[in-house]
Design a protein around this ligand. Structure first.
Ligand code: DLL
Length: 434
């Protein structure tokens, strides 16, 4: 299945993509230098001017931007167009500090929706499809982005937003939804609720899901595919670079193609800022080439991943990024050991547990405590107390084998860990180390 939304661009020879990126970069740097005093000052401090940027080979000369810069420049300090040219903002949930606010011209929205349309078509979407968009609408980019992409493809769009799962299921069944867009944790929850209501995977008309906005493992993909009877595709993006659709999976389901006509991706060493060669694991940095209102150059995402330009059987030539393997700023260090929550999720799913868990970290007498509440499935819940104690021991052992440190596992009754309609809260770290 080789479906493209914009075939000429998506399958452009690599040399041509690079030439296009160079041409757009030169223009974009000038646009930013002329219109964003905040970034111009950073360039001046680094001793670089637009005259030094002749193409992508000069990208490394430009200064980085980080979330701290966005906060300093809040709310309009990175705008490159007058507010009167902007038609929309979107924003992050902003749990700490000030929120990130991104601005869009109509042209920015148009290109963003094209990126989301590419993702939907790559997942098999056509104008015959019914696309249920169950990402949050409003300030969050998920709902508006996929909604716009779905319109562009010509799907019948169900703008459900997240939440009210009974109503989601009713619309899904009554209107025969074929594509579901939401966070992977919400997809898993919808699958679980369908099962509870007595539906089998073949009872729904879904064929594909487009899931992203939070980390999820291959094991979780298999689980969701099984429970909903679909093919599950990953989609990546962040508010700062417009939202979902920066990168998307194709039929190979082995990494996400980055929309390179709109973004240049780099991998850097998060400690030194040094650009690393293709294939290295490091922090992903994006330069947006076509955005008018909020054009971030060399934005540090904090997402850790690997890029690969290996030939893809789908025919797309855009470079691929791996699933983010964690963040350079959310990696947990427990008793001196680096821990990614996704590693724990992998063990849970391998051991047959549902992916509903919460990691609790605290510090007592200068020693880290490491507890994991794990929900039992209803089949397991009938076990006796002795069985449960044995299960807890065995699961702790499996996690120790993965991480090298022993957690205290607490198996809890089905449905006792709070469900999320957006991003799941997986970690409660009470140590306040930062
Ligand atoms: O989550 C945009 C989005 C919406 C992407 C819908 C995909 C689908 P933010 O709220 O700004 O934007 O969060 C961005 O979420 O830096 C990653 O750490 C994480 N993230 C996004 N997509 C994925 C993914 C949206 N597919 C931050 N896998 C990013 C893992 C992801 N992490």
């Amino acid at each position: 299945m080789n479906n493209y939304y914009q075939q000429d661009i998506e399958t452009m020879p690599v040399e041509k993509i690079k030439a296009l990126q160079s041409e757009r970069l030169v223009k974009q740097v000038k646009h930013v230098y002329d219109n964003v005093p905040y970034y111009r000052d950073l360039m001046i401090k680094k001793g670089v001017t637009p005259n030094d940027i002749h193409g992508i080979e000069d990208l490394h000369k430009l200064p980085f931007l980080s979330k701290a810069d966005l906060r300093d420049a809040y709310p309009t300090g990175l705008l490159a167009k007058p507010l009167s040219d902007c038609v929309r903002i979107q924003s992050t949930s902003g749990t700490t500090g000030r929120r990130v606010v991104a601005f869009y011209t109509q042209h920015d929205i148009d290109l963003w929706e094209d990126c989301c349309a590419r993702a939907i078509v790559a997942a098999g979407g056509t104008r015959e499809d019914v696309c249920q968009v169950s990402y949050g609408y409003g300030l969050f980019t998920g709902g508006p982005g996929l909604n716009g992409g779905s319109h562009k493809v010509g799907c019948l769009t169900l703008p459900m937003s997240s939440g009210n799962t009974d109503r989601q299921i009713q619309f899904m069944m009554d209107l025969k939804a074929t594509i579901l867009c939401c966070t992977p944790s919400y997809a898993a929850y919808i699958g679980e609720t369908l099962k509870e209501k007595g539906y089998k995977p073949e009872d729904n008309t879904l064929k594909a899901g487009i899931f992203g906005a939070e980390p999820w493992t291959e094991e979780m993909r298999r689980d969701i595919e099984k429970s909903l009877g679909i093919k599950a595709y990953d989609i990546y993006g962040l508010t700062e670079t417009s939202g979902p659709g920066v990168a998307f999976e194709c039929c190979e389901q082995s990494g996400m193609h980055i929309n390179e006509d709109h973004f240049i991706a780099e991998i850097i060493d998060p400690d030194t800022g040094e650009v690393l060669p293709e294939g290295s694991k490091g922090e992903l940095v994006f330069t947006s080439l076509t955005k008018e209102a909020f054009p971030l150059l060399r934005y540090r995402t904090r997402d850790i991943c690997v890029l690969s330009r290996e030939k893809c059987s789908c025919g797309r030539t855009f470079i691929k990024m791996s699933k983010p393997m964690g963040r350079s700023d959310d990696m947990l260090i427990i008793r001196g050991v680096n821990v990614f929550p996704s590693q724990i999720e992998t063990v849970l799913l391998n051991e047959g547990y549902p992916p509903n868990y919460q990691i609790l970290i605290d510090r007592e007498n200068n020693t880290d405590t490491f507890d994991i509440n794990v929900e039992l499935s209803s089949e397991m819940f009938s076990d006796t107390v002795k069985d449960i104690t044995n299960r807890e021991k065995s699961l702790s052992g499996a996690i120790k084998t993965m991480l090298g440190i022993n957690p205290k596992v607490h198996l809890v009754a089905p449905k006792t860990i709070e469900r999320s309609e957006g991003k799941a809260v997986r970690v409660i770290d009470k140590r306040k180390l930062h």
